[in-house]
Design a protein around this ligand. Sequence first.
Ligand SMILES: CC(C)(COP(=O)(O)OP(=O)(O)OC[C@H]1O[C@@H](n2cnc3c(N)ncnc32)[C@H](O)[C@@H]1OP(=O)(O)O)[C@@H](O)C(=O)NCCC(=O)NCCS
Length: 168
Amino acid sequence: MIRRALLSDIPALTAIENRCFAADRIAPRSFRYLLTRANAAVVVEERRGSIRGYAAVLFYRTTPLARLYSIAVDPEWRGRAIGRALILQAEHIAASRKARRLRLEVRVDNRRARAMYRKRGYRQFAVACGYYEDRTDALRLEKTLRRHTRGPMMGLANRKPPHRAGWE
Ligand SMILES: CC(C)(COP(=O)(O)OP(=O)(O)OC[C@H]1O[C@@H](n2cnc3c(N)ncnc32)[C@H](O)[C@@H]1OP(=O)(O)O)[C@@H](O)C(=O)NCCC(=O)NCCS
């Protein structure tokens, strides 16, 4: 099941982050910020009380763009369409919040994620040289969203986070 992340999920989110990324990790306090103050939506995929993956989307007050800030699936659970379900939900939330496009950055050497984005219709529009901590380049991708993109978790997309401080 995919649901909104809660503050009590932060230890599980941090554990996934540490297992999935060697650098550029989201720290617990940044997850807290995303969940409480940022203009953002964070969703988790949970099964039998275990969180297997998450996605975080940022919104901007001044442009009809949203940004897939992060997405990760625990290595043990990869290849079971969890990433696909999370990205679908992220697109649904972004479209419901009136974003016309969803943008993201991906490492040039991240073949699995690039394949997932390609399959979901993301197109490269720029390269950010030396974007990551280890100076690896990022590909900047975007997808034009359909107005009524359906997600696996219906009904939650229109719930705004409690505060709307910018994360621009
Ligand atoms: C990228 C990631 C989120 C995909 O999650 P997942 O649950 O394994 O993905 P899914 O099973 O839903 O597969 C989605 C698509 O990813 C691609 N994919 C999955 N496994 C793959 C593999 N071993 N090799 C190549 N492509 C693969 C395929 O396009 C797949 O679509 P398909 O099953 O219809 O062919 C996951 O690998 C991950 O957490 N990676 C580490 C964190 C990360 O890189 N995040 C993205 C940062 S930009």
